[in-house]
Design a protein around this ligand. Sequence first.
Ligand code: CP
Length: 340
Amino acid sequence: MAAMDLKGRDFVRLSDFTAEEIDSILTLAFDMKREQRQWSLKGKTIILLFFNSSLRTRTSMEIGVAQLDANAVVLNVGQDAWNLEWREGVVMDGDSPEHIKDAAKVLSRYGDIIAVRSFPKLKDYAEDRADPVMSSFVKYATAPIINLESGVEHPCQGLADLMTLREVFSHNTRRKKVVLTWAPHVKPLPLAVPHSFALATALGGCDLTIACPQEFDLEPEVVKHAQETAAKNGGSVKIERDQAKAFKGAEVIYAKSWCSRQFYGRPAEEIAFRKTLPSWMVTEEKMATTSRAKFMHCLPIRRNVVATDAVLDDEDCVVYQQAENRLHAQKALLYKMLGS
Ligand code: CP
């Protein structure tokens, strides 16, 4: 298999891909964003399976598939499709009438790609870290799998984020000072987006600072992988506890709230602890200490909790550009996986 050939491969974690492979997807994404030319996947079918709500992922995938002249079949698990079991060897006398082992094999006979949006239960870290729903689909499907966000990664978001960084930095992201800052939120959220952003900046050779309280450190294996990948691509990844220090001279601020591994499975305790940290919200005053940084967030965002209206409504906020790039990046990914 040629290095850039994505056919037959799953797209589940950015950590499975080289900078050159990601570059080949984004090069096509930029062509697709710029040109009106028709890239056709006529006759192909993409099955989109959602275990939880989505605005951007669902619409950008469905519209992207339509623009490629392919067919999308969208299933909301538990509504249009049966609840799915992933545990091996269990007596299935509970709420889930179908096993992923069977569903994945059946859907593989209908679709050319199965794209899955799962959501971690946020109860047991070891279980969520193993990404059981996504791993089951990878294990049992014979069609390639795309991860539309799981407990561990959101690689399509990571692709769009790196595409946006390239636009912000005129295609040279190497050594750019990018800050991923933890931000307040009313409840614990998955680690997928910050993990994929750290890996995306590493693939782009950025100098990434992850600013967070120590209770919110990301998965150490992901940080280690990001550090090794960044080093290969001329960049670096470091952790900073002092948000003000991290912001000084930053060229991009990416805000995101994520859950604490320390409080995992104890949401009431984590929520109480979060209430002591409202000062981590991104404000206009903090943005003024940066090197006129662009503001990024994957959306959805709780205004005046994660970041103020003034930050979000400022001309240096690129969140809608980021959201648009989901469409171009995913179309390019689909074409790389299925196109001729
Ligand atoms: N950023 C993102 O994945 O948005 P949705 O949850 O709306 O799909």
